[in-house]
Design a protein around this ligand. Structure first.
Ligand code: HEC
Ligand code: HEC
Length: 457
């Protein structure tokens, strides 16, 4: 799945095992040919089947990631090989073959022991061997606007795309937004044409007054609406006119989503935005990152043309105090590769990495106050969903229901009692199955199955 998360040594070992099984098969066939009175169909069949099994297990090893490879290797593969050696011995004994190719067996045992010890040792070391190199260090020195906008694109979509997966970077925007004309998925505006809109929004009558009036503080973000010179210094626009411009609108959309709520996309009569404050946890973009995202948004609809970009490059950024350019990467690996969770993380980190809090309020997870999806009170909700006559899924208990909801959100679309309509189908990503190891999925299901409304509410 993700090549950089394969364990090189175990992958190699499994290839060797497959080759060895093939060798054993050949050896048995040879003995059958050389000697009279051996049931060659039986023995050939047994060892042929074992060779095929080993081959298939090797293929399977390549579909696993590091931690699971280890588990599979020790729980299954190693025993299969030992079993094969045993049967090989039985073959020799029962057919009274004296010369048993002893050297090769000894060599094989020696090789296996050494490799397993070595593998055990390297896996005992911190598991960073195959992780991608630290990033962001690249933002030193001069950059062109094209590179800066590309940095914004990577923050939004991630650097690598895996076929069939929606690509999502540190900014998590594609969890909710679409970017291409005509591509709509429900509860969040399509960001195609947002550069153009950014200049018009601020002239709308609605903008001046609702849900917060220009000049007032929006409580959730602490931002003064419509005043670029009152944005916290570390994020403020560098220079330019005093009035609010398109760049400021885009920055405000990211830093204070509720300052202006696009019609039809808000909560409570469009007075509250379900979009997270991008400069606060869990997303927490820095000044340079926010500017990069704005540069991308301002230029994405005109490929190769950067005239409409008004944010400064990091090196020309007057408000950028040097240190902010080369950032420490505190947020994890999200912006590089596709997000993947192994199950070694604690549950809080897992859930934040996957982005569930952006859409769900989850009791017991700090900062999980998302409102695009149902509140996760699955201890109570799940049994009710299964009883619903409209329920067509396969789950018979809470855990199965939660698992089904994560892997196949469309299998049952929850009805929103408050709004009097179904939650949007197709908003919850359908790719979590590819982002979770088996162990991580179990851990997540265990946790979500236990969620219930906090005591006293
Ligand atoms: C949890 C879902 C969610 C995530 C994640 C999210 N947004 Fe939004 N966004 C929304 C919703 C809903 C709206 C419409 C309500 C509003 O105006 O705040 C919106 C509005 C916007 C707008 C204003 C659009 C307009 O037409 O005026 C911009 C710009 C925007 N988002 C950019 C982003 C970017 C960039 C990111 C990633 C860094 C992002 N959003 C992440 C849900 C989300
Ligand atoms: C982009 C928004 C979004 C994200 C991210 C998201 N969900 Fe959802 N989720 C929804 C919506 C909308 C629904 C309701 C519609 C439906 O049932 O498909 C839902 C439904 C659910 C349900 C069924 C709830 C019930 O009470 O029956 C569960 C469980 C769930 N999500 C778990 C998760 C988990 C776990 C994650 C993170 C791995 C996650 N979701 C990420 C939007 C999201």
């Amino acid at each position: 799945m993700l090549p950089e998360q394969h364990d090189i040594l175990f992958s190699f070992l499994s290839i060797m095992f497959a080759v060895f099984a093939l060798y054993v098969f050949g050896n048995v066939i040879q003995h059958c040919r050389e000697r009279e009175g051996i049931n060659s169909t039986l023995w050939g069949g047994i060892f042929g089947a074992m060779a095929i099994t080993c081959f298939l297990m090797t293929v399977h090893m390549f579909s696993l990631v590091q931690g699971d490879q280890l588990v599979f290797f020790f729980s299954t593969y190693l025993w299969t090989i030992l079993f094969m050696l045993l049967v090989w011995g039985v073959f020799f004994k029962s057919n009274k073959i004296e010369r048993q190719s002893a050297p090769i067996i000894r060599a094989f045992f020696f090789y296996t022991t050494i490799s397993v010890l070595l593998a055990g040792y390297t896996n005992w070391l911190p598991q960073q061997r195959s992780d991608p190199p630290p990033k962001e260090a690249a933002v030193v020195g001069d950059m062109t606007m094209e590179e800066f906008a590309e940095m914004g694109r990577v923050i939004i979509f991630g650097a690598k795309q895996v076929a069939g997966q929606k690509s999502i970077g540190k900014g998590q925007c594609p969890l909710c937004h679409t970017f291409d004309p005509g591509d709509h998925m429900g509860r969040c505006p399509n960001l195609f044409g947002v550069e153009k809109r950014s200049h018009d929004r601020v002239k709308e009558d609605r903008y001046a007054t609702s849900p917060v009036a220009v000049g007032e503080v929006e409580p959730a973000s602490g931002i003064v609406k419509g005043k670029h010179d009152e944005v916290p210094e570390e994020y403020r626009r560098a220079g330019g006119p005093d009035e609010f411009i398109g760049e400021d609108y885009l920055r405000e959309s990211l830093m204070c989503p509720t300052c202006y709520v696009v019609k039809g996309f808000g909560k409570a009569n469009d007075t509250k935005s379900p979009m997270p404050v991008i400069v606060k946890p869990p997303i927490s973009l820095s000044r340079v990152e926010v500017n990069a995202v704005v540069a991308y948004l301002q230029s994405k609809d005109t490929p190769g043309e950067f005239a409409s970009v008004t944010v400064p490059l990091p090196q020309d950024d007057a408000g950028n105090t040097g240190g902010a350019v080369v950032e420490e990467d505190s947020g994890g690996d999200e912006e590089e590769g596709p997000v993947f969770v192994t199950g070694n993380e604690d549950i809080q980190t897992m859930i934040n990495t996957l982005g569930c809090p952006l859409c769900h309020t989850i009791p017991g997870v700090e900062g999980a106050v998302g409102e695009l999806g149902p509140k996760l009170h699955e201890k109570i909700n799940a049994p009710e969903r299964i009883k619903d006559p409209n329920y067509k899924g396969k789950a018979t208990n809470t855990k199965e229901y939660v698992k089904e909801s994560i892997l196949c959100p469309g299998c049952y679309v929850v009805f929103n009692e408050e709004a009097g309509e179904s939650y949007p189908d197709g908003l919850m990503p359908t790719t979590f199955g590819e982002q979770l190891s088996v162990r991580a999925l179990d851990k997540l299901v265990d946790f979500i199955s236990q969620t219930e409304p906090p005591a006293g509410s």
